[in-house]
Design a protein around this ligand. Structure first.
Ligand code: FE2
Ligand code: FE2
Length: 163
């Protein structure tokens, strides 16, 4: 059985994952308006993943005999300055999520809740990958450029993302 404190923290993380999806969907609206269909596709895959993360936690709380409480999801920003700005903001957001996951893990350790620790290993690995991927995109944009043919090239590359 989950402790009340851990259950609350997991519920907060469900909300944070759904907010991530909301943030990425908002970024898509900007990317589509800029005709960056590859960026938009990449972000769409990302948003779906975030819904998946939320569901993973949702199912876990139930598996442990806990109760999920769904709270309102905060509204995301709706204005973005540039494609590079979007990716940088996504990285900044993922870094915040990583901190939250680590805090959640520390709580599970302090409570000696081993099943939650094991479940969170997946999220800890996932965050390493999330940050790395975004850093790579930023690196490429900084190297190749963020306008004209360079942007079109990166857009095409991001459009190839399958999962
Ligand atoms: Fe996530
Ligand atoms: Fe993420």
């Amino acid at each position: 059985m989950l402790s009340k404190k851990l259950q609350d923290a997991l519920n907060e993380q469900i909300n944070a994952e759904l907010y991530s999806a909301y943030l990425y969907l908002s970024m898509i609206t900007y990317l589509v308006a800029e005709n960056l269909v590859g960026f938009a596709h990449w972000m769409q895959v990302q948003a779906r993943e975030e819904v998946g993360h939320g569901l993973k936690l949702f199912d876990f709380v139930h598996e442990r005999g806990g109760r999920v409480t769904l709270r309102p999801v905060q509204g995301p920003p709706s204005a973005f300055e540039s494609p590079l700005g979007v990716i940088r903001q996504a990285l900044e957001h993922e870094r915040q999520i990583t901190k939250r996951i680590h805090k959640l893990y520390e709580l599970a350790v302090s409570q000696k809740d081993y099943p939650t620790q094991v479940m969170l290993h997946w999220f800890i690995d996932e965050q390493v990958e999330e940050e790395r991927t975004l850093e790579e995109i930023i690196g490429r944009m900084e190297m190749a450029g963020t306008q004209g043919p360079a942007l079109v090239m990166i857009d095409r590359m991001l459009g190839e993302r399958s999962e």
